[in-house]
Design a protein around this ligand. Sequence first.
Ligand SMILES: CCc1ncnc2c1ncn2[C@@H]1O[C@H](/C=C/CNC(=O)c2cc(-c3ccc(F)cc3)cc(O)c2O)[C@@H](O)[C@H]1O
Ligand SMILES: [Mg+2]
Length: 214
Amino acid sequence: TGSSRPQRILKAVQKNATKGDPQSVISAIDYYCRHKEWAMNVGDDKGLILDSVLTEVNPSMALELGTYCGYSSVRIARLLSPNSKLITVEFNPAFAAIARQIIAYAGLQDKVTIVEGASGDLIPKMKERFGLKSFDFVFLDHWKDRYVPDTKLLEDCGLLRKGTVLLADNVICPGAPEYLKYVRNNPRYESRYYPSVLEYTKAEDGLEKSVFLG
Ligand SMILES: CCc1ncnc2c1ncn2[C@@H]1O[C@H](/C=C/CNC(=O)c2cc(-c3ccc(F)cc3)cc(O)c2O)[C@@H](O)[C@H]1O
Ligand SMILES: [Mg+2]
């Protein structure tokens, strides 16, 4: 049987990027997915917004829901301060295996922990498993109908603190209408939409940044 898209993305990284150089890994994936084969990475346009929000927050503990190939894990981890960590959740073992190799190729394996499983099962175990109080930053990029239930679960598990920043991908395309309703009409969140484009295309998409007010 042939290779998978994530396997071909890993091959493109190994061929075109420099080991230990996160920016070259990001550029290799963006080049491959723009010119050879589209893939659902947050991409370079929305990636610049992710970079700027992340730099502003400068989180000690970051969470990502939906690792896929690890593209946004590399984007996030490369900007973390020393001793800051990213936990990324992925339930497809094949995707997790590729992501682990891409994150390691970028030299970021010491800053990123990939946890395999469904977010709904793992979120309630985070405090005990990682000895953490709360997350400073959460990037939502998994199944779009899981954004609301997982946000509520993070609240209920006390994993959000006053000032925690949630950043959600794809709120226009494929869309997360329930999530937008949830965070925009909720006194416990201060939300702002960042317009952009769907990765590697000219279609409209954007990121929603929501600050938890406690
Ligand atoms: C059960 C909870 C749960 N727990 C743990 N891991 C989970 C999970 N639910 C999902 N995963 C993993 O996350 C990734 C899925 C991500 C889902 N993302 C999109 O569907 C998407 C689509 C487009 C687009 C496609 C086609 C178009 F035409 C236009 C746009 C663009 C985008 O940027 C997109 O993010 C995979 O690795 C899943 O294994
Ligand atoms: Mg996405």
